[in-house]
Design a protein around this ligand. Sequence first.
Ligand SMILES: Cc1ncc(COP(=O)(O)O)c(C=O)c1O
Length: 430
Amino acid sequence: MLEHVRQFDPELADLLNLELGRQQDGLVMIPSENFASPAVLEAAGTVLTNKYAEGYPAKRYYTGNEFIDQVETLAIQRAKQLFSAEHANVQPHSGSGANMACYEALMQPGDKILGLNLAHGGHLTHGSPVNFSGKKYNFIAYGVEKETEALDMDVVRKLAIAEKPKVVLSGHTAYPRKMNFSEFADIANEIDAYAMADISHIVGLCLAGEHENPVPSHDVVMTTTTKTLRGPRSAIILSKIIDRLQEKYWPGEKKNLAQRIDFSVFPTFQGGPLEHIIASKAVAFKEAMLPEFKGYQQQIVKNAKALAQSLMDNGLRLVSGGTDNHLMIIDCSKLPVQNGKVGAQVLEKAGIYTNMNMIPFDTGTPFKPSGIRLGTPALTTRGMKEKEMKQIGEWIAQLLQNPTNDALIAKTKQNVKDLTTHFPLYSELK
Ligand SMILES: Cc1ncc(COP(=O)(O)O)c(C=O)c1O
């Protein structure tokens, strides 16, 4: 596959091969990572990268879009069908940019929006003070309860009624429990706010019926196309066409909600769309329509439960005591590693890839948080099941409890490599 790169740029080809080897020989457990299929990868590397196509199908600024329009229309149709959405914009380059476009379509600068506390699982774009979201909008955070480390929807409702935000945002990047999307939508309805969900992490689970699909009950839903959806690094926005609150919040505005979303993506924040990535998204949507996609998502959850159980059986504390989805968070504060940064580094030495993460009510900082976030989407793509999760949970617990034992790290690294040989990945790419 790298034939031409290898010929022209051996230095780069070597690096690409080393990265392929790292993915093959290690355990990728970062819950936002996955292995896209060869078809998804191939579509992303096509001649569509050559085309400038500012605008939307049949409304382009340049000529030569006969086939590009068909590609983008196919991606739109598939996204709408897959998610039961009235409207789909498939042009956002990334999740952060897509969230920016959603906020722009729903709010004016300074408007109030309710989002999940970052230390409790919210994403950077859900109101971090260092991010555009926290700088441009007035984010009010809801959070988990201290006892359960889970959301109490009565508390969220009371906060929403007291604060009266213009948008109620649900979704997360590090919350191990189910989110009750219809209750979020009810709360938004109750206070005349827009209901928006960012399902970037759990998108596959929503599609497979493991979690509720918020698209029917929400005004706007954003998702990245990586992670549990297994597509390319990108995002899409799904929305209603009609704005049920147009009179109240946008009097005199001619554009409906779908048109405002489209206008926010282009020309407000983006120029030409990445049509090769849109083609790749179309492939991922087709894959997600296959019956086996559902089985894959079910196995992700079964694997996460087995991994969580193994970690807890081996003495680790998990935030909220387990998981309902694809991810979990280990509390490292009482372990010899003391924090998630050191913990993730120790695991990395053994070829186990996770990421440091804040935990609810963390006494650490974002650069030295108490937690490690890990999950099962990528390992499940490789075909691993509960038996492997139990074993991996034991290895992780041993390493976090003995972080300076170099012999253990070396032995585990070898065990990891041996395990991965039974679950081949991208053998056709070598
Ligand atoms: C919930 C959520 N929203 C948005 C994003 C941002 O996506 P991107 O990294 O593509 O900008 C992420 C990425 O991890 C995410 O988890």
